[in-house]
Every structure is written in structure tokens, then in C-alpha cells.
Design a protein around this ligand. Structure first.
Ligand code: COA
Length: 382
């Protein structure tokens, strides 16, 4: 396999983008990425999107986007794996370049979530329809059950759980693309409306419109285009049971563990080598469970460690310097690519006030549903 580099990135503003359609969002991010990589033509294109059909009544995104960004003729397909669609699209782009099939590959993710009234129903199509959704449970309810078991088992308090979104909003203040770039305090979290006990509004990632794109090429060619590039050191992907009742333990996310182990093995690295990680904090409890599965903290300890400041600047590892899904926003199909964009900016020293100093290795973890799929990337500064 060839080594693969990221040579350009592009992001739209995350939030309520009423004046942009799904193709406008994708095109903005794609053209920014192509401009930053100083390229005009690509050889192949992947689009991650969870549910463009239900959210924007638009399928067939591969060809649509290739046409709209002036690349018609190239192989172009959409990749779907619920909320991990974006990260899985990056994995497909990586394989495309690594295999030698194509040299310049555009990978994007997009979701236009605000145009439909019942977004919760659309998200719930990624859960088990027969056993979960039919019985009335959607994602906030599933993650609330994980939180309940974890808090009961490990003695995590409601106040400690609140420190996850408080920390992520603090990071998000320095992200100009974030949907909610403001700080929140304990009182705000604990008095926000109840969504699914014990999770409140400020424990939940929001509904977001947005797109993110990256340009990949063989590492040996990266310098032809730019001096700002990073290497994709490793990728690990795994599937897990979609249905929550099939999880062996309600506080464990086996697909995250497997994907992480595969990425560490491919990279020849350990958790201690990673300087920062962008994790899939769709709900406060998710960041805690994922941080444990990726080996940054022992089981049962991540909640308290995050509350004690171990996951921010000056701590053991910086988790979600971008603000995470909570503060930056969560346009589901775009999220995995946006995580890669953040890692690229950090590793090329372009992250501004949220820069993690001397970062050499950055990790991204993107997850579908309540752990039904996961993809982990490790990026390396060059
Ligand atoms: N953080 C901060 N503020 C938020 C917020 C969030 N996560 N979500 C909404 N708000 C704000 C809104 O901006 C709005 O403020 P305003 O009144 O000043 O305009 C207010 O809170 C109410 O927002 P609204 O969108 O009407 O809330 P809602 O009750 O319809 O939806 C959730 C809130 C949490 C239910 C919804 O965002 C949700 O379903 N999130 C989870 C998404 C999800 O499951 N993703 C997939 C994960 S696997």
C-alpha cells in the first residue's frame, strides 16, 4: 500500500444554513478544499451522507456533487454508515489512494438537517426499527440508558457528567466554524430542559447543517501541491450490533474498541503517543465511554478524569479541541470529515487559539448509532 497524505481541507459554517441547499454546502467545502490544495481536477470523489434522501429529498449524491463542483466524469459515490458516514468516506478515499487506483481524491461529508420538521425520526432510522424505534426509543433515550448504568456502576455524579459539555463549549469558543461558540456553566447544563433522563438539552449534540471536505494524494506527491500536509498513519474500522439489547455490557462500545485497536496496530502506536483526539460526543456520556474504549483512561474512570481537567489543555490528552459535536455542531454525515479537518489544522499548526502545542499524532473517532459502526483514524504531522 502507498502512504497517503491530506493536502487540503474545506469547511462550511456549521449551524442553521437556511440560504444554502445540500449541494451548495458540499460545493462550498469542496471548492475551499481544492483551493487550499491548489488543484482543479480530481481523479475520484466520495461523499459521506447519512440520510440525504429523508433530510433533503435528494439521493444520488456522488454524481450530483461531482457535477456541481466541475468534476463530472470521475467515479463518484456516496458512502453511508449512519453518523459515521463521513469517517467511512475518508477510509474509502484512503483505500483508493493507498491501493494505487487513483492519485487525487476528493472526500466530503454533508448533511442538511434543518429543512425537515421531524429530524429525530430521520436519525432514528439508524437504530433498530423493529426492536427499538417501534417501541418508542430514539438516540437520546438509548444514550440516557448508557449514562444511567455508568453513573450507577461507577458513582459518576450528574455534576461531573456536566463537565463534558462545559469543557467542549470552552474549546468551541475558539472555533470560528462552530454552531455554538459560547461557554456554558454548570447551572446552565443542570437547568436546561430534560431530554431523556438524565440527559438534558446541553448534554446533546444539536441539529446542524454543514459540510466538510479533504483532498487526499500519495504522500510522495504531496510536496508538488503544498508544504502543509499530514500523513494518514492508520485507519481502523469495525461494526457492532445496531440493537442496544445486543450490547454485552451497556457501558461498553465494542466497535470503538475494535476500530481503535486496529488503528493502533496499523500505526504501531499506543494511546500515550496520541496528543489530541476528536471523539464522537453525540451525548455527554458518549465521550466518556469512547475515551475508555480508546485506552486513554481505565474503565470507569474517564468521567471523573474529564471532570478533573484531564481532557483539556495541560491535562493528560486534549479531547475535542474543536468543541466536539456538542459545541461545533453535528451535521451527521459531515462530522467524520470535519474531525479529520480539525486534526489536519492542528497538525499543520493552523488551529489558532485552540492549537495543541507540539502535536505530532492526532486521532479521530467517528461512530454510527449507539455503537453500530465506528472508524478511527490516526494522523501524523510531517
Ligand atoms: N446546545 C446548545 N443550545 C442548543 C442545543 C444544544 N445542543 N440544542 C438546541 N439549543 C438551543 C437552540 O439554539 C434554541 O435556542 P433559541 O431558543 O435561543 O433559538 C433552543 O436551545 C431550543 O432549541 P430547539 O432546537 O428548539 O430544541 P429541540 O428541543 O427541538 O431539540 C434536541 C433539542 C437535543 C432534542 C435536538 O437537538 C436533538 O435531537 N439532538 C440530538 C441529535 C442526535 O441524536 N444526533 C445523533 C446522535 S447519534
Amino acid at each position: 500500500m502507498r502512504d497517503v497524505a491530506i493536502i487540503g481541507v474545506g469547511l462550511t459554517q456549521f449551524g442553521e444554513n437556511w440560504d444554502q441547499s445540500i449541494r451548495d454546502l458540499f460545493a462550498e467545502a469542496a471548492l475551499k478544499a481544492m483551493e487550499s490544495a491548489k488543484i482543479e481536477k480530481v481523479d475520484s470523489l466520495y461523499v459521506g451522507s447519512m440520510s440525504s434522501g429523508l433530510y433533503a429529498y435528494q439521493e444520488h449524491l456522488g454524481s450530483l456533487m461531482a457535477d456541481y463542483v466541475g468534476q463530472i466524469g470521475v467515479p463518484a459515490v456516496r458512502i453511508e454508515s449512519a453518523c459515521s458516514s463521513g469517517g467511512q468516506a475518508v477510509r474509502m478515499g484512503f483505500l483508493d489512494v493507498a491501493s494505487g487506483m487513483h492519485d487525487i481524491v476528493l472526500v466530503g461529508g454533508v448533511e442538511k438537517m434543518w429543512d425537515v420538521e421531524d429530524g429525530t425520526f430521520v436519525l432514528a432510522t439508524a437504530a433498530d426499527q423493529e426492536y427499538e424505534v417501534y417501541n418508542g426509543v430514539t438516540f437520546p433515550g438509548l444514550y440516557a440508558m448508557m449514562a444511567r448504568v455508568y453513573m450507577e456502576r461507577y458513582g459518576l455524579t450528574r455534576e461531573e457528567l456536566a463537565q463534558v459539555p462545559i469543557k467542549n463549549h470552552k474549546h468551541g469558543v475558539n472555533n470560528p466554524y462552530a454552531q455554538f461558540p459560547f461557554e456554558i456553566d454548570l447551572k446552565a447544563v443542570l437547568s436546561s430542559s430534560m431530554v431523556a433522563d438524565p440527559l438534558r438539552l446541553l448534554d446533546c449534540s444539536p441539529i446542524t447543517d454543514g459540510a466538510a471536505c479533504v483532498i487526499l494524494c500519495p504522500l510522495e506527491r504531496a510536496k508538488e501541491f503544498t508544504d502543509k500536509f499530514v500523513k494518514i498513519r492508520a485507519v481502523g474500522s469495525a461494526s457492532g450490533p445496531i440493537a442496544f439489547h445486543d450490547h454485552k455490557d451497556l457501558t461498553r462500545l465494542d466497535a470503538v474498541k475494535l476500530a481503535g485497536e486496529r488503528a493502533y496496530k496499523m500505526a504501531g502506536l499506543k494511546p500515550e503517543d496520541i496528543d489530541f483526539v476528536e471523539v464522537h460526543d453525540c451525548f455527554s456520556i458518549a465521550e466518556i465511554l469512547v475515551a475508555e474504549e480508546l485506552g486513554f483512561f481505565d474503565y470507569g474512570t474517564a468521567g471523573k478524569a474529564i471532570a478533573e481537567g484531564q481532557a483539556t489543555y495541560g491535562g493528560k490528552i486534549v479531547i475535542n479541541p474543536s468543541g466536539g459535536l456538542k459545541a461545533k455542531g453535528h451535521p451527521v454525515g459531515a462530522t467524520g470529515v470535519a474531525q479529520i479537518v480539525e486534526a489536519y489544522l492542528q497538525l499543520t499548526g493552523q488551529a489558532g487559539k485552540r492549537q495543541v502545542s507540539n502535536a505530532r499524532f492526532g486521532m479521530t473517532q467517528n461512530m454510527g448509532g449507539s455503537g453500530g459502526s465506528c472508524v478511527v483514524h490516526i494522523l501524523e504531522a510531517m
